[in-house]
Design a binder for this molecule. Structure first.
Ligand SMILES: [Zn+2]
Length: 246
């Protein structure tokens, strides 16, 4: 292989390291974002729970008011009962009194249920608050850890990028542009080895997509320092001369 393909192979090896380091940097930043999102979600859950508790409280207060006014009705009915003039009037008042009492005990039990709901909501609010506090501490620690790591990874990236630029200087413009384009398509993997099927001379495949390659492409690679791309995936093909025999 001549200087062009050799240059591209070297570039590929540096590109791999560059992408790996960038991936570490992104993971590091993503960890912080994930933790921040967790806190945001917990805060939304807390707001929702508080609102729910507030609504239940309003409902509870309304029932308490209703009960109070019904107690007054009962007191009035009792007075009327004592001054009833006829049996019929007495019976009617008694029925009304009993119905009101029965309704009241229903409302009382509803109101007790609401009280329980409020207590549950309040406990859950406290629980979420505790989780938020814990999560904030975890976030702080993650931030501290990642700040140091980001500096380290960025320094590595700068160093590898400089190495990349140095090698790229020796690669002619056109092959370099092809390399960059294919690298973008395949997450950095622009250059791939030609593979030879075991025990079968002259039968080759692309190391990137594993599709068969015409023998003349491989012969061309053996003799010329030119870019030959896989007809299927368009990756740049190179030959590992220790593995391939024609
Ligand atoms: Zn291919």
């Amino acid at each position: 292989m001549g200087p062009v393909l050799n240059g591209l192979m070297k570039l590929q090896s540096v590109e791999n390291r560059l992408r790996a380091e960038k991936a570490k940097l992104n993971r590091c930043r993503r960890n912080v974002i994930i933790q921040e999102n967790l806190i945001r979600n917990l805060q939304s859950a807390l707001e929702a729970k508080k609102e729910e508790a507030q609504l239940t409280k309003v409902q509870f207060d309304r029932l308490e008011l209703e009960l109070k006014s019904r107690e007054e009705t009962i007191a009035k009915l009792r007075t009327s009962l004592n001054s009833a003039k006829t049996n019929k009037e007495y019976a009617a008042l008694l029925t009304q009194l009993n119905t009101t009492k029965a309704d009241n005990s229903k409302i009382e039990s509803q109101s007790l249920d609401l009280l329980k709901d409020i207590e549950t909501d309040e406990t859950e609010c406290k629980d979420i608050l505790k989780q938020i506090e814990e999560q904030k501490q975890t976030l702080e620690q993650t931030r501290k850890d990642s700040e140091a790591l980001v500096i380290k990874y960025q320094a590595n990236i700068d160093e590898i990028q400089a190495e990349w630029n140095q090698i790229a200087q020796d690669v002619p413009r056109n092959p370099l542009e092809i390399f960059k384009r294919v690298a973008e398509t395949y997450d950095g993997l622009a250059v791939t080895f030609v593979e030879q099927q075991q025990g079968r001379d002259g039968v080759y495949s692309c190391g990137g997509c594993f599709m068969g390659l015409p023998a003349e492409s491989v012969n061309m690679l053996m003799t010329k320092d030119e870019i030959i791309r896989c007809p299927n995936c368009t990756r740049i093909l190179v030959i590992d001369e220790t593995q391939i025999s024609c």
